[in-house]
Design a protein around this ligand. Structure first.
Ligand SMILES: [Zn+2]
Ligand SMILES: [Zn+2]
Length: 182
């Protein structure tokens, strides 16, 4: 979302503006609709953007591999610094922080990059379609969220289904090597 802040930059410190955010942003390779409000506050150095946004990001469940929409709330608070003086157009020096957000020479404050960065940080490391996703059958690959398959019943916790064979193999090896040392 791009906002022209040339008027607000001429206003005294503390002046505020509110805008509605409704934009499509590319997040992790998917176009996601981002909705919410942003409040812009004139500071001594630039403009502080405070925003609460909702979006839904298309992810793949780490357990059953199904695509699903993951709702995410973004609480953005970033100060934007003008690179040019709003009246004279003279270049302004930016603060030391290497990665600060800027207001361009046309006095456009662009929220898109902040939205993208906050969304990437908010993404779950191990996305799950539902909290207790049943996962896939380790034998036939059937999605167990859609009901049981025809494989013989397994006693193991479905959350460990993918590790079942591995755990068994490892315990056999440790038993063998222990016996070998006897
Ligand atoms: Zn799942
Ligand atoms: Zn099965």
């Amino acid at each position: 979302m791009q906002i022209n802040v040339s008027q607000q930059l001429k206003e005294p410190i503390g002046s505020t503006r509110n805008y509605t955010v409704d934009q499509v942003t590319d997040i992790a390779g998917n176009n996601s609709v981002v909705l919410g409000e942003v409040k812009l506050l004139r500071t001594d150095r630039g403009i502080l953007a405070q925003s609460t946004l909702q979006t839904e990001i298309k992810l793949t469940c780490s357990r059953c591999l199904s695509p699903f929409g993951c709702p995410i709330t973004l609480n953005i608070e970033e100060e934007y610094f003008p690179i040019a003086d709003v009246i004279s157009g003279a270049p302004l020096s930016l603060p030391e922080e290497s990665s600060c957000f800027t207001i361009d020479e046309h006095h456009i404050l662009d929220l898109t990059e902040a939205i993208r960065q906050y969304a990437l940080l908010a993404l779950p490391m191990k996305p799950l379609c539902v909290k207790d996703c049943a996962g896939l059958c380790p034998s036939c690959g059937h999605n167990l969220n859609q009901g049981a398959c025809n494989c013989p019943p397994q006693e193991t916790d479905p959350r460990w289904s993918g590790l079942g064979g591995m755990t068994l193999a490892n315990s056999n090896i440790s038993v063998n090597s222990y016996q070998g040392r006897e």
